[in-house]
Structures are given as structure tokens and as C-alpha cells.
Design a protein around this ligand. Structure first.
Ligand code: PLP
Length: 417
């Protein structure tokens, strides 16, 4: 059989370079992780060939008896993992899961309240550039600028004034617990549905390291590839609602926003959920949070400001607004030192989202490759060295020194070999 190298040398080279990059660079992007070899290898099976529109036992095509097994396993395991009764494992990605929730539960033009993208929300929570912001009347909520914490009183005031049909909890950049009970109480006060997008913290929730939104929300969505460490994909969950509600969600996914489900990815979700049900996953998630706290503490000791003053989860936002350089500069300087993070707006950021005054960092990926507190403190120290050098003007020298240390540390903690 023909090899990738023989067939497409250019692509083979790109894959090898990406493998090398993932092994030799430290990954601090809070939304990324390394899927296990089993999660990756099951995607490379004949399941990718099968069309299976519909749901297990009720398909539009013949020959679905074996892919039905895969989808049922994924559903049962997600149910056990998150303690819920409704599961849909078909969304191709987080954005599709969120599109399905909008389609199922509100109508175009309805008022929906979501966290402002600039203050930690996600594009699909009502940003004007996204379908959610284009088709619904979005009223954003955000943070108390003095504390960097969600301002629930203000959220309630806005909700009472605007009477949204749906309230969205969940975030892409917020390092504290969200008060799901308080948000549900606000939703109830105005007769709104409460939807939580737990994409970032799903792994922590599965392991009991972050409050489970399911007892409070009418519906919960997630991705499967962030802290949950599965394949790329989306997920919809719910508990305690009636069959009609679940039917609406199912038909919003298919045929509402998708056609045939990606059965090889659904099988990979089943593997990831089985891995997440094992005791080692709890240990891993605990370490993710411990590592994030250790990094936040060290950054603060070195004089860097963390939005909200610290972290309760896997991520934090470094506020660089009082620095002479931007988030974009910091991102580039770290990249040069083989530390991958992402520039991110901070609350009331005067700079554009392409430039920003902050950095978002997270510990899911480094923890997967075996970093503990010692390695994370070392890493936070190097990160500070690189940022300090942006002010002292010896960036190239520091980048070279840090790059060598990062490479050596990565070699001691290989991702896949
Ligand atoms: N929801 C949240 C909170 C996210 O942070 C993200 C991705 O970053 C998504 C949804 C979208 O997921 P995907 O990129 O799989 O569409």
C-alpha cells in the first residue's frame, strides 16, 4: 500500500513538523489538550465510511447496527460521567451543539442573554459576527471591573429590564467558579431557559473539580476536546426535562443543523468517556487545577496581575494593561521561546481583539504530559523572564535561553513516545 510520504510528501512533512512542534513546545493554550493514542486511532477506522443519519435504532440508512453500538456506548458513558438523562453525541463541534440549542429553544428575534466575548464569553454566545448575534437580540452581561468577577447583581438587573427568553452560562476565559444556582434563580425570575456551555471545564466537571451545571441548567453543551481530552467534537446534555424537550434538541441537531453524524468521532468520544470514568482521570483533573493555582501564584509573586486575583479552574488571564507592550507582543515573544499561549482581551481592554492587553494560559495540556507543580512553577518563571525581557530589551537572548530549557523539559516529558 502507498505511504503518505510516497503519495503526498508535502503533507507528510507538515504532519511531521506538527508532531515535532507538539513534542518540543510547551502548550499553554487553555482550550487545547493531547488526545490519547486510543482516541486518535479509533478515528482512523472504517467507521468514517458509514452514513447514519438519525439516531441509534432509528436510522435513515441500512447497515447501522454496528455504528449504533458505538453511539449507544458514547451516550451511556456520557450519562454516567455527568449524571444526566439526555445525551446527544452527534454535534460535530462545540459551535454546532450551540447552534442546535438556539434552533431548538428560541426563535429568531428573541432576546437572549450571554456573556460578552470581550469579557470571557464565546463567539456563539451572541457575538455580532456569529449566527447567534445576527439572528437573535443579544443582551450581554460581563464582569465587575473592580474585581474581575461576574457581576450577578448587574446580570439580574439587565435580565429584569430586558426579559430574555434564554440565559447562557459558560465561558472561554474566566478563571473562577460560576454560580449556576444564582444564574438559574435569575433565569427563573424572568421565565427564561438556562443553558450552560461548559466546554472549557467539562473535564473538571466530570471529575468533580468544578461545580456541575446539570442540576441547575435546562440544557448543557460542551466540546469534547478541551479539559475532557477527547476527540474534537460537541455534546449536548440535559437532566430532568420532558421527552418533548429532548425531542426538540435531537431534531435541532439532525436534521436541524447537521446531516450524517461522524461515526468515527462518536466512537472516539466513547473511548474518551471511558477514559474519563477511570480513577486516574480524577487525579489528572485535580493536578490540572493545582498546577494552574501554582502558576497563578508564581506569576503574582513576580509582579504580574491575574484577572480576578487567581484561579479556581484550569486557566487564568494575565492582565498586561499597565505594560508598555501588548498581548500580541507577549504572545509572539513566548512563541519565540517555544511557549504557546494566546493573546486575549482583558476586561475593559482599550486595545482591539487582534492586539489585546492580556494573555490567556491554561494547564490541561502540560498536565497531560506529566508536568506537576515543580515544572509548572519553572515554566511560569520562564514565562515571566520572557515578558520581563520585553521591557529590558534583551528579548532575543532570553528567548534563546528559555527555548533551550523548554526543549529539555519537554524531552523529559514526551507527549506520545
Ligand atoms: N463554547 C466554548 C465556551 C468554547 O470555548 C468553544 C471553543 O473555543 C466553543 C464553544 C466552540 O467549540 P468548537 O471550536 O468545537 O466549535
Amino acid at each position: 500500500s502507498v505511504t503518505l510520504d510516497d503519495f503526498d510528501a508535502e503533507l507528510a512533512e507538515a504532519v511531521r513538523n506538527e508532531e515535532r512542534r507538539q513534542e518540543n513546545h510547551v502548550e499553554l493554550i487553555a482550550s487545547e489538550n493531547y488526545a490519547s493514542p486510543l482516541v486518535m486511532s479509533i478515528q482512523n477506522t472504517v467507521l468514517t465510511n458509514k452514513y447514519a443519519e438519525g439516531y441509534p435504532g432509528k436510522r435513515y440508512y441500512s447497515g447501522c447496527e454496528y455504528v449504533d453500538v458505538a453511539e449507544r456506548l458514547a451516550i451511556e458513558r456520557a450519562r454516567a460521567l455527568f449524571d444526566c438523562d439526555y445525551v446527544n453525541v452527534q454535534p460535530h463541534a462545540g459551535a454546532q451543539a450551540n447552534a442546535a440549542v438556539f434552533l431548538a429553544l428560541v426563535s429568531p428575534g428573541d432576546t437572549v442573554m450571554g456573556m460578552n466575548l470581550a469579557q470571557g464569553g464565546h463567539l456563539t454566545h451572541g457575538n455580532p459576527s456569529n449566527f447567534s448575534g445576527r439572528h437573535y437580540r443579544i443582551v450581554p452581561y460581563g464582569l465587575d471591573p473592580a474585581t474581575g468577577l461576574i457581576d450577578y447583581d448587574e446580570m439580574e438587573r439587565i435580565a429584569l429590564e430586558t426579559r430574555p427568553k434564554m440565559l447562557i452560562g459558560g465561558f472561554s476565559a474566566y478563571s473562577r467558579y460560576k454560580d449556576w444556582a444564582r444564574m438559574r434563580a435569575i433565569a427563573d425570575k424572568v421565565g427564561a431557559l438556562f443553558w450552560v456551555d461548559m466546554a472549557h471545564v467539562a473535564g473538571l466537571v466530570a471529575a468533580g473539580e468544578y461545580p456541575n451545571p446539570l442540576p441547575h441548567a435546562h440544557v448543557v453543551t460542551s466540546t469534547t476536546h478541551k479539559t475532557l481530552r477527547g476527540p474534537r467534537g460537541g455534546l449536548i446534555l440535559s437532566r430532568g426535562q420532558d421527552e418533548d424537550f429532548y425531542k426538540k434538541l435531537n431534531s435541532a441537531v439532525f436534521p436541524g443543523v447537521q446531516g450524517g453524524p461522524l461515526m468515527h468521532l462518536i466512537a472516539a468520544k466513547a473511548i474518551a468517556f471511558k477514559e474519563a470514568l477511570a480513577p486516574e482521570f480524577k487525579t489528572y483533573q485535580k493536578q490540572v487545577v493545582t498546577n494552574a493555582r501554582a502558576m497563578a501564584a508564581l506569576l503574582q509573586k513576580r509582579g504580574y496581575k491575574i484577572v480576578s486575583g487567581g484561579t479556581d479552574n484550569h486557566m487564568m488571564l494575565i492582565d498586561l494593561s499597565d505594560k508598555p507592550y501588548t498581548g500580541k507582543d507577549a504572545d509572539a515573544a513566548l512563541s519565540n521561546a517555544y511557549i504557546t499561549a494566546n493573546k486575549n482581551s482583558v476586561p475593559n481592554d482599550p486595545r482591539s481583539p487582534f492586539v489585546t492587553s492580556g494573555l490567556r494560559i491554561g494547564t490541561p495540556a502540560v498536565t497531560t504530559r506529566g508536568f506537576g507543580v515543580e515544572e509548572c512553577e519553572q515554566l511560569a518563571g520562564w514565562l515571566c523572564d520572557v515578558l520581563d525581557a520585553l521591557e529590558t530589551g534583551n528579548s532575543d537572548l532570553v528567548a534563546r535561553q528559555v527555548r533551550e530549557q523548554v526543549t529539555a523539559l519537554c524531552r523529559r516529558h514526551p507527549v506520545y513516545q
